[in-house]
Write a protein that binds this ligand. Structure first.
Ligand code: FAD
Length: 382
């Protein structure tokens, strides 16, 4: 009896090891995909080149405090919100961000807001900018990554398919693990060298174009007379966002401003050095905020692959690419628009396609989703 029970457990545990999936890229698309894959019974590992999570939806710690240095808000947060309901707790770090038309109005509203959040005339003067991560934009990535196996500081430089398995190499050598499927969740120009085993996907990725963008992270000791968020027309600056106007950030102390150059200006200054760009953008900021603005922190940062110009063509009704033969997938803004909620959904879709691909193709052999494995373990009990 005892013998019978352990062999049933052994056969279930050995035969049904969850499929291992390598996900390259620890931005929102890659992390969402990995999170969904693990919920679907797979065993994903995320490889992230840098030492920080979130990719372009990230935050930077500086001596004057935290800056959101990429995405400022999630405008189409509806799908994210729906997802949060389906997966309770996952996106609890997202909060609405409302901004008034002028700083004075913002102060007034902030006081009123605390007094009575339901006051109708107060809500009318505020504009909802979307949802933001609290305490910073990286909170979304951190909450997605919490239960996952994420390898930071691991740039993947080569991906090879050997038989039915994928093997990867990082900049320090071969990774001694293999995977049944590979997902590329990084900007197309960086993904092309890793997609060589699928001519179809490599060709699709080669056609994708990106635009670069300069941003300025600016600390100011004294308050700046601008509302917490403003877009400009006909200016080298496309928009500015104040960190203190977002929920969950300190409202006192030095002000921190995110200043985003516009597309054309960023292109014209693409090969300029960061110090020159910082001075030029500060000058432009002063045009809008007044000559008296005195920075106590200044850092220009260039996002080489900031926004996708032409995403890859996808088959109807999918938001990702999948080569079933190579078991290779692509998700993120290479296949959808450069918006956080779109890449999040692309990651969800990718996980569905990968898990279905692995389940149906290996049908009679190894893979059964985790819930079913648990059922079988229980069934095997005498
Ligand atoms: C300045 C700026 C402002 C923006 N503002 C907004 C906004 O307000 N609202 C909005 O919705 N969207 C905004 N976006 C767009 C949004 O941030 C992106 O579309 C989205 O975050 C992309 O997510 P992703 O996961 O597809 O890619 P990424 O975030 O780029 O993630 C890819 C990850 O892959 C990693 N990587 C690269 N190469 C390798 C490798 N070889 N091996 C391992 N890892 C690798 C990178 O380090 C990165 O972490 C903004 C973008 C920028 C740049």
């Amino acid at each position: 009896m005892q013998h019978h029970r352990s062999s049933a457990w052994d056969s279930i545990l050995n035969a049904q090891a969850p499929p291992r999936v390598a996900v390259v890229g620890g931005g929102i698309a890659g992390l969402t995909c990995a999170r969904e894959l693990s919920l679907r019974g797979c065993d994903p590992v995320v490889f992230e080149a840098s030492e920080r999570l979130g990719g372009r939806c990230s935050s930077r710690s500086t001596r004057v405090g935290l800056f959101d240095d990429g995405a400022q808000s999630i405008s189409g947060a509806t799908r994210l919100a729906v997802h949060a309901v389906q997966r309770p707790g996952e996106l609890a770090t997202l909060h609405p961000w409302t901004v008034a038309a002028t700083p004075a109005e913002e102060d007034r509203n902030a006081t009123h807001w605390k007094k009575d959040e339901q006051e109708a005339d107060v809500t009318r003067t505020l504009t909802l900018m979307g949802a933001v991560g609290v305490p910073s934009m990286v909170a979304l990535a951190s909450s997605l990554a919490r239960p996952l196996d994420v390898r930071l500081g691991t740039p993947i430089v080569q991906a090879r398919r050997q038989g039915a398995r994928w093997t990867l190499s990082s900049s320090v050598g071969e990774i001694e693990e293999d995977f049944q499927a590979l997902v590329l969740a990084l900007p197309a120009p960086l993904a092309v060298p890793l997609a060589r085993e699928s001519k179809e996907l490599a060709d699709a990725l080669r056609a994708v174009r990106y635009r670069s963008r300069w941003v300025l992270l600016l600390g100011c000791e004294r308050p700046v007379p601008l509302p917490g968020y403003r877009e400009f027309q006909g200016s080298p600056i496309e928009r500015v966002a104040a960190m203190h106007s977002k929920p969950g950030r300190p409202a006192t102390g030095p002000q921190r401003w995110f200043v985003e150059a516009d597309e054309r200006w960023s292109l014209q200054h693409e090969d300029e050095d960061a110090e020159t760009v910082a001075d030029l953008l500060l000058d432009n900021f002063r045009e809008h905020a007044g000559r008296s603005v005195m920075p106590n922190y200044l850092r220009a940062q260039q996002w080489r692959h900031a926004f996708v110009e032409t995403p890859a063509n996808t088959p109807r009704r999918t938001e990702c690419l999948w080569d079933d033969h190579a078991r290779l997938g692509v998700c993120g803004d290479s296949v959808v628009a450069s918006q956080v909620d779109r890449v999040h959904h692309s990651g969800v879709d990718m996980a569905r396609v990968v898990a279905e691909g692995l389940t149906f193709r290996s049908g009679s052999s190894s893979f059964i989703p985790v819930d079913r494995r648990l059922e079988q373990l229980l069934e095997a009990q005498p």
